[in-house]
Design a protein around this ligand. Structure first.
Ligand SMILES: Cc1ncc(C[n+]2csc(CCOP(=O)(O)OP(=O)(O)O)c2C)c(N)n1
Length: 619
């Protein structure tokens, strides 16, 4: 059950000032957290929304793109900073605007946020940022709430899909009322859990028009100094707002312990300690000191249950409250009922459960692998054969860092590969050819400035652009290189060759990633070139837009010598048979899994792999 959230009356002409659980909200739909966020934004009258995909946030923009284009211009942006800047532009123009991203996306967008917080908003401006506690699908684990403090912008923390909708809607109101960007913070568990959500109607907002106010809109030092002071006043007003808001909810209990919690941890706490006093924080910044004081003085012991960093705990300690938190609960990893239970046992609040029954179904451990027929495979096999020093990037191809390809030496953050390779070249100690590998979406996200930089600084590196025509890692989103937008409409398609040539690079080869002869030959030639060379590996992802399924291949068991050359591809369709050749296990192909890419046939040392039809013709 979600409690009533009463938005304060607003100046804005949208008429959104009524209770968010108003009479219009009669329909109930099963929505995933991310769908609920999109729905909340649409109901709030969002006019422009832009995002770069990133797990667990991706479905927010995908869902918004399903609403009529006349209602909301929803688009993929080339990166998170671009997405935020587009939303900021729409806010300047007087419309409600939103951007969404995964936690690390905010690192990219932070520069814009840190200035925009001074500027404030015209049309409401909401950033939905989804953290990934437990690092299910990310390069790190970080707590977005720290950015809330840094930027001094309110952070709302929904705990279920209903709140995801309600809080997103409310975030626009708060944004306009207090002249501030607002962060709605999600987590993987919130984003991807589906539950019943009461939905409402859309409130159309007339554009507020451009607000001509250079002192507010143009951040030069003289203006920024004034605006910085305004932030402190705004923080005070926001704190007061949360003192009075239903977003902060004290759920009375009968025990003498009080638990301060938020986000999905709230549900676990309620399940494990239904008798405790609970102060649910729907917003974790800025904190309402008086409400906290009232709560703390009513109980004997206060425990803060918050995932990741001790943000609320530390702030409460600074306010002078005696609280416990990270002495009981981990500061890393995802919370679960078991994790919270352990902490509460440690605190002596729950009896120690000695024998916890093991989960009845255990997932089978599975090593991460590139798909059968993945067009990234051949390039890495060749790079390993070339003994290249490979700086990698973020995408499906990062999987080439592990056995059996084991062909990537470094991976840092999106777009790092090219500048990392530049740095290695400048260091001057590397004797192996230096190669940066980067996917098409990642190249457009953050790969172009470092490529310009590599040319500018005249280094000897090879850049391999792995163009599989899609953002595969996050589920196959379009980008400027696919020539389609979020709604699937045809748009201008980035011409990589022309773009790269325009940067001053003359050694460029575009090759079919399935032609192993060319892959080996041109990668070798590229690494021998003196300067920046670029090889574009051109082949669509086998899963997008529909799973590619060509004629499968088969191993001629008679001819196979068990040399294992094909096994170096790490293709999941290749398995071992029970037959041996001079003590070596022969290989066979799982035909339903094979998509017919022919890479194994091309690398086979004994020419024993052929299309299935070849066997049938030969009887
Ligand atoms: C700053 C940031 N934004 C978003 C992501 C999520 N993400 C990881 S890889 C990737 C793009 C992958 O696409 P591409 O480079 O084309 O490689 P592919 O997966 O298709 O091989 C995205 C969006 C991220 N890790 N970091």
């Amino acid at each position: 059950m979600t409690a009533q959230i009463t938005a304060q009356p607003l100046d804005h002409n949208s008429g959104n000032g009524e209770s968010l659980n108003d009479a219009n909200q009669s329909e109930i739909l099963p929505l995933m957290g991310n769908e609920a966020i999109a729905r909340g934004a649409w109901e709030a009258g969002v006019k422009v929304a832009a995002a770069y995909p990133g797990t667990p946030s991706t479905e927010i923009m995908e869902s918004l793109g399903k609403f009529p284009a006349d209602d909301v211009k929803a688009e993929w942006a080339t990166n998170e900073k671009v997405g935020l800047d587009v939303a900021i532009g729409a806010s300047f123009a007087g419309s409600r605007a939103m951007t969404s991203m995964k936690h690390v996306g905010l690192n990219v967008a932070a520069d814009a946020l840190m200035s925009q917080t001074y500027i404030g908003v015209n049309g409401g401006l909401v950033l939905v940022v989804c953290d990934d506690p437990g690092i299910h699908s990310s390069q790190n684990e970080q707590d977005t709430r720290i950015y809330g403090h840094l930027a001094m912008v309110p952070v709302l923390e929904p705990s279920d899909a209903q709140e995801a909708l309600d809080y997103t809607k409310l975030a626009f109101d708060i944004s306009e009322r207090f002249d501030t960007p607002v962060i709605v913070r999600g987590t993987t568990r919130l984003s991807h859990t589906r539950s019943l959500v009461r939905v409402g109607e859309r409130h159309e907002n007339a554009s507020l028009g451009f607000n001509e106010n250079p002192q507010k809109n143009v951040m030069i030092p003289g203006h920024a100094r004034l605006r910085h002071s305004a932030l402190f006043e705004r923080e005070k007003q926001l704190r007061q707002y949360f003192e009075d808001s239903d977003l902060i909810r004290w759920e009375q209990g009968s025990q003498s312990v009080g638990i301060v919690t938020m986000s999905t941890a709230y549900s676990y706490v309620k399940e494990l300690m239904p008798q405790a006093h609970v102060l649910k924080l729907g917003a974790s910044y800025p904190l309402p000191e008086n409400r906290l004081r009232e709560f703390c003085s009513a109980v004997d012991r206060v425990i803060v249950v918050e995932e990741l960093e001790p943000i609320v705990e530390n702030e409460m300690k600074l306010m002078g409250f005696e609280v416990e938190g990270k002495s009981l609960f981990p500061r890393e990893g995802e919370f679960s009922p078991d994790v919270i239970r352990e902490g509460l046992e440690k605190a002596g609040l729950l009896e120690t459960s000695k024998a916890r029954p093991p989960a009845s179904v255990q997932a089978m451990p599975r090593p991460p692998l590139l798909c059968a027929g993945c067009p990234h495979t051949g390039a890495y096999m060749a790079l390993r054969a070339l003994n290249a020093r490979v700086s990698g990037d973020i995408g499906c191809y990062t999987l080439a860092a592990v056995e059996p390809l084991k062909a990537i030496d470094t991976t840092v953050s999106m777009g790092s590969s090219i500048a990392n390779a530049t740095g290695m070249a400048l260091a001057g100690s590397e004797t192996r050819p230096i190669v940066a590998t980067i996917g098409d979406s990642t190249f457009l996200h953050a790969g172009i400035p470092p490529l310009i930089n590599a040319v500018y600084n005249n280094v000897n590196i090879t850049v391999v652009l792995l163009d599989n025509h899609i953002t595969a890692m996050t589920g196959g989103q379009d980008h400027p290189g696919t020539g389609r937008n979020l709604r699937g409409e045809e748009v201008h398609k980035t011409d990589y060759e022309a773009l790269i040539r325009s940067l001053g690079i003359t050694w460029i080869k575009k090759i079919d990633a399935y032609n192993m002869g060319n892959v080996f030959q041109f990668l070798r030639e590229a690494t021998l070139y003196n300067g920046v060379s670029v090889v574009i590996m051109d082949r669509p992802c086998v899963l997008d837009p529909v799973k590619i399924k060509g004629e499968p291949f088969r191993v001629d068991a008679e001819a196979c010598t068990g040399c294992q050359t094909c096994m170096n591809l790490g293709c999941p369709a290749l398995t071992w048979s029970d037959e041996l050749f001079e003590g070596h296990r022969k290989v066979k192909i799982d035909e339903p899994n094979c998509i017919g890419c022919s890479l194994c046939a091309q690398v086979s040392a004994t020419n024993c792999i052929k299309p299935v039809a070849a066997f049938e013709t030969n009887g």
